[in-house]
Every structure is written in C-alpha cells, then in structure tokens.
Design a protein around this ligand. Sequence first.
Ligand code: UAG
Ligand code: ATP
Length: 505
Amino acid sequence: MCAMKLADLAAALGATLDDRSGHDGDTQVTGVSHQADWIRPGQAFVAVRGARFDGHSFIGEAVEAGAVVVLGEGLPEHALCPVPYLRVPHARAALADAATAIMGRPSDELSVVGVTGTDGKTTTSCLALHLLRSAGRSTGLLSTIGYELPDGVLRQPPSHFTTPEAPQVQHILREMLRHGATDAVVESSSHALAMDRVRGVSYDVAVWTNLTGEHLDFHGTMEQYFADKAKLVQRARHSVLNADDLPWFDQLLPLATEGGRTCTTYSAEGGEADWRATDVQEGAEGITFTLHAPDGRFSASLPMIGRFNVANALAAMAGVAATGVATAELVEALAGFDGVAGRMEMVERGEGEPRVIVDFAHTPPSLEKALETVRVTTDGALWVVIGSAGGPRDPSKRAPLGAVATRLADHAVLTEEDHRTTPLRDILEEMERGAREEGRTNFVSIGDRTEAIRYAVCSAAPVDTVLLAGKGPEETLERDTETIPWAEIEQARAALRVRREGGCP
Ligand SMILES: CC(=O)N[C@H]1[C@@H](OP(=O)(O)OP(=O)(O)OC[C@H]2O[C@@H](n3ccc(=O)[nH]c3=O)[C@H](O)[C@@H]2O)O[C@H](CO)[C@@H](O)[C@@H]1O[C@H](C)C(=O)N[C@@H](C)C(=O)N[C@H](CCC(=O)O)C(=O)O
Ligand SMILES: Nc1ncnc2c1ncn2[C@@H]1O[C@H](COP(=O)(O)OP(=O)(O)OP(=O)(O)O)[C@@H](O)[C@H]1O
C-alpha cells in the first residue's frame, strides 16, 4: 500500500496546519479522496467547494469513515473538524498533488500518451493501445470505456467519467505499473484538464484530434474550451497535431513547440503534414489509403468504417511513432485492429436485412461526419435514430442535431437519450424545431428508444442503412430519475429479430 506521513504530505503541498484541531505529523496517510463516502480508514478527505455541494459539509461523514486529515481552502467559521485540517490555496490542485505524492508519482515511470479533442478521443486511444501492444509494449489504458491493465481486461472505475478524479487516475496508473506496464494511454477530457484531474500526470506525448463546439455549458466560450484542452499540449514533451483542424492548429503550433519541445503533424485530407493520407478508398467493411510517413510511403488498410477514422488512425500512428515504434510495424498492426465497441459497430445481419450500425456520435459535427461517411457505402436510403441528452448537458446542441439528422439522412427518428429530469417533449420539440428551420419534414418523433429503433429497423429496406446514433457503448439510459440498464447493440439485434420473425407492424 502507498502511504506517507502527515507532516511530509503537508510539506509536499506547501500547506498550513490549522491548530484548532491539533495534529500529529507522524500520522500515516494511506490514501486520499474527494468523495466522503469513498473514504477508508487512514485516508485524507479533500473538501472541494463545487458547483452543487461544499465538500466541507461532508467532513463528519468522512471522519466517521476513518479520515485522519481534511484538506480544504478554509474551514468555515464555527465548523467542527475533529481531525487535523490542512489549509491549501486550491483544493482540486491539492487533491491531485496529494494523490500523486501518496501514489509515488507513477506516471514518471511510464511512457504516457495523452489523447484529447472533441471527437475521436476514445477511438484514437484504443488505436494507440492496440499499436503499442502490437509492438510488444506492456500497455495500460484509461478511457471513456473504462481502464485496462496490461492483462487486457476492461475494468470500470467507481464513477463513470472519461477521465476520473485525480485519486482514481493516480491509483490506476500505479496499478498499471504493479502489473508490469511500461506504457499508458490516457484519454484526457477537457473537464479533466480544467479541473486538475490529470495534474500530476507527466505526459510524454500529447495527441490532439480536433476541436468543435461542445461542453460550452461548462467551459463558457470556445476560447476557454481551447485553452483548457491546450493544457495537454503545453505539458507534453512531444505533441501530435491535426493540420486539418483549423483555426486551432495555427494556435496550437507555437504552444506545442515552446521551450524546445517537439511536435509532428498529420492530415487525413492529404494536406501539408508529417503524416498524410491520400487515395482514401471507403468500402462496406473498411478503408484503404496511402500513408505518407516521415520515413516513406506505405499502403495502409484500416478495418473500420467512417472516413474520420483515417484521421484517428494517423493521430494514433504518429503518437505511437513518437514513443519509438517503426512505421512499418504500425502499418502492419493497423490492419489487425478490432475496432471499438459502440463506435461504427456493425450489427450482424441475415439475408434481406438492412445494415444496422451502432455509433456514439452525439454532437452535431460528429453526427454530420457519421452520416456523411455511412452514406458513401449505402446503396439505398439512410435512416438515423437520434436523441439529445437532458439535465445539465448542453441544450444548445438539440436543434442542430435535429437539423443535421434530417438534412443528411433520408429518414430521421427522433427519440430519447438520457433526458434525465428535463421533459422529453421539450427536447424533442427543440430537435423538431431545428429540422423545420432547415425546411425538413422527413422525421418522426418516437419517445421510447426501443420503439424508435424497432420502427427504423422494421421500415428500412434491405439495401438501406440504419444508423443508431448517440448511445454507442453506454450501459445505462437515464429516463427521468430512473437509470435503466441499456445495451444499444442488443436493442439493434432484438429489432432485427422482430423483423425476421415477422413481428413488425
Ligand atoms: C462539471 C464537472 O465535471 N463536475 C464534476 C465536479 O463537480 P463539482 O466540482 O461541482 O463538485 P460537487 O458535485 O459540487 O461536489 C463538491 C464536492 O463534494 C463531494 N461530495 C458530494 C456529494 C456527496 O454526497 N459527498 C461528497 O463528498 C464531491 O465529491 C466533491 O468533491 O466534481 C464532481 C465529483 O467528482 C463530479 O461528480 C462532477 O461531475 C459532473 C456530475 C459531470 O457530469 N461531469 C461530466 C460532465 C464530466 O466530467 N465529463 C468529462 C468529459 C466527457 C466528454 O468529453 O464527453 C469526463 O471526463 O467524463
Ligand atoms: N476524428 C473524428 N472526427 C469527427 N467525428 C469523429 C471522429 N472520430 C470519431 N468520431 C465520431 O464521434 C463518435 C465518438 O467517437 P469517440 O468515442 O472515439 O470520441 P470521443 O472524443 O471519445 O467522444 P466522448 O468524449 O464523447 O466519449 C464516433 O462514434 C464517431 O461518430
């Protein structure tokens, strides 16, 4: 177990001990958490003042669970803290620094590839993991889909995040090391970069996919969103940048090369870059292209659909090449990639059945790209089933999603997607408004997602494609205050079964 003395922890954080509670510097601190009900005996509780709660109100719960010290930006007047209180300037920074110190700075012993961007982070992370492992590197992964130690078993941290809070990040990196990892791929969300969840991770390589409007409810402006994500590039020894991602590429380039750090560039459009793709041919089962790499030209084959995956493949190859893997090896490994669950995943189908694809696209730009790319290999009509999340999630994307769905598909089925306590009718009306403003009427709204999927699968002709967008691999659906188990791929299979067995209306 990792542990450190309270006095050493205070020194490492540059913190002041509040003498109201007295203290013993020799107390062993065996871990740290921001969440009171996760505290185990001997750990430190960091009281974070958040948007919804003040962590100080959970001090009693944390101490009862065994917290030996509390860290925070200041104990409220008259508040009781029966254990030592360490005053720190920034609670989230202290959370990360404490976790990093207690876990013994695991990332210093790993070669870490970080991946950030609005779309394609998970796909690029999984591609990088596959390429590293194919090169014989013992590699771990931390990503939206969960985390993997080098044994390749997918596990879930105790909260569903792309990048969990710093104690989980540091713990998982330590576990990777304990299981013999030399390399790690860390998908790094903009929230994580903004909220110090990955402070304490020393990145060797930063991979940038792209930046489009998302999460503006949290970041406020595109400039702030960019600045938060750019932190990854500013911290890495080497960066891999997307030359097609304008205007951001031009702003990132100087940041990536500040202070003698290095960078490589890629372009899936065949533009000027170190890694380029030309002659892109999309087939029903995969894509081929000519790869122009710094050390030569190669014929590459990617067993995935979706033209944007060429960009993800280039990003992953350039990122892994920066850790010392030869291009020929990367090209060979790419051809053996199994894909990522819930991202352009094709559902098995029988004779006379439409092609059904499960995809995670849930932003207007990614939906646009998903529909455009699926269109290329669709002989008949294109159907899309799509919803938009409720609760605090960015409401400004609802109307654009309706617009994109009805403009680029022949038939759109608007439905639920984690509407939480937001009235579903309000979300659907926004999506319908977006469609109507485009002058489109090719949609129906069916609130129940199971029924919506069945309707599309039953209505589609054998030459058609049905894209089930938005849920991808997610395992739950949030309906009002209920969270129900969900598996989109099973929903798709069930709908095809209904069709096969003559159960369609
Ligand atoms: C905007 C955001 O990311 N907020 C996160 C943040 O909230 P916050 O700082 O406002 O904290 P708070 O909820 O007010 O709570 C304050 C403190 O009290 C503690 N607490 C709270 C309640 C309790 O019963 N006990 C307790 O100890 C909390 O752990 C926290 O330390 O810290 C909380 C504790 O970890 C998170 O639950 C919360 O995630 C919210 C719910 C969330 O949905 N985050 C999403 C948007 C997110 O992080 N997504 C990114 C990006 C995904 C993508 O790119 O698509 C991700 O990395 O997953
Ligand atoms: N490079 C890309 N550009 C645009 N869209 C993409 C790209 N890569 C993937 N997508 C689309 O975005 C969806 C999500 O892909 P992926 O999970 O890899 O991205 P992500 O950034 O991890 O998303 P999230 O953070 O929301 O999990 C895919 O299903 C696909 O439709």
